[in-house]
Design a protein around this ligand. Structure first.
Ligand code: A3P
Length: 304
């Protein structure tokens, strides 16, 4: 599989593998092919849950919800989702030492998911978010990490990075179409798809649905408590106050990758912030592109 180096907008080297620009996590910088193959060949357990998302689709949020659902308690874990972030943790073998059930997470596209999880019908949770808000979230995340300058314009980011060849994990459109195909052919009913926007609008209903998929039997009050513990404000507060940040620092490796400072994950947590960033013409252009790229797709997204 091809691995090559290109240039990003700051004239740093970017990692390109299997047609995608990759986020600059150290294992990917060192040897992207090796880490992708390690993920694909990961030894999975029957009760593993794999959370898969395009970056900035609400991964941290859903990871916390799944942890609480499986624990049966609305309580934060000290660990953060970065401790089980397959392409970013320094040593993937550390995953083998974790107790079950493991709630793993990754942004690799469907074709690179652990083969055993896919073939054995292991549970896969996929979160999808409308790409205009994903682009905005990714823009701010990238800016807060210091890997693009403070005065870098959103319009440039949208055209040159998000819609261009430098988007981390490749094109959002290709990523989601590949996942849609996988879901359509999922004979074991092992893929659960949730939209960020549905989770935001109907958190109790969506968390109940997710709980059923995970075979957990919780009361409505327990679900309500989990939803509350995982609200944007509460998770932001927990991340700042209770969570172990050392793992996060380990994977960010400030100065070694794209991360010049720790990026901000809990930024706004809203639907439709894209309206504060897209001009009318940018929006028209995006809609045209969306129609063209998604013309064979049945995914119905919520932009507001
Ligand atoms: P914004 O940048 O739009 O605020 P990920 O976890 O995949 O990196 O996604 C991060 C995005 O999810 C950020 O979006 C973040 O604020 C949002 N998010 C995190 N927790 C959330 C919650 N409890 N409710 C709503 N959005 C949340």
């Amino acid at each position: 599989m091809e691995e090559r180096r290109g240039k990003n907008t700051q004239n740093d080297e970017r990692i390109v593998f299997d047609g995608m620009t990759l986020p600059e996590f150290v294992p990917l910088k060192k040897d992207a092919k090796k880490r992708f193959e390690e993920i694909k060949n990961l030894e999975c357990r029957k009760d593993d849950v794999l959370l898969t998302t395009f970056p900035k689709s609400g991964t941290n949020w859903l990871w916390e919800i799944i942890c609480m659902l499986l624990k049966g308690k609305a309580e934060y874990m000290k660990e953060a989702k970065t401790s089980v972030f397959l392409e970013a943790i320094p040593d993937i073998n550390d995953i083998n030492d974790l107790p079950s059930p493991r709630i793993l997470n990754t942004h690799v596209p469907y074709r690179w998911l652990p083969k055993q999880q896919v073939e054995n019908g292991g549970k896969i949770v996929h979160v999808i978010r409308n790409p205009k808000d994903v682009a905005v979230s990714l823009y701010h995340f990238t800016k807060s990490s210091g890997s693009i300058p403070e005065d870098y314009h959103f319009e440039t980011y949208l055209e040159e990075i998000f819609l261009g060849p430098a988007c981390p994990m490749g094109s959002w459109f290709e990523f989601e179409k590949e996942f849609e195909q996988a879901k359509m052919t999922d004979k074991c009913d092992s893929i659960f798809v949730v939209q960020y926007e549905s989770m935001k609008k109907n958190p109790v209903e969506e968390t109940t649905r997710l709980g059923k998929f995970l075979n957990v039997d919780l009361s409505e009050q327990q679900i309500v408590d989990i939803v509350d513990k995982c609200s944007f404000q509460n998770l932001k507060h927990a991340a700042e106050n209770f969570k172990d940040r050392s793992q996060r620092m380990k994977i960010m490796v400030i100065g070694e990758g794209a991360f010049k400072q720790p990026p901000n994950i809990y930024r706004k947590g809203e639907i439709g912030d894209w309206k504060n960033h897209f001009t009318v013409s940018m929006n028209e252009h995006f809609d045209e592109l969306f129609q063209e790229k998604m013309k064979d797709s049945n995914i119905k997204l919520q932009f507001e």
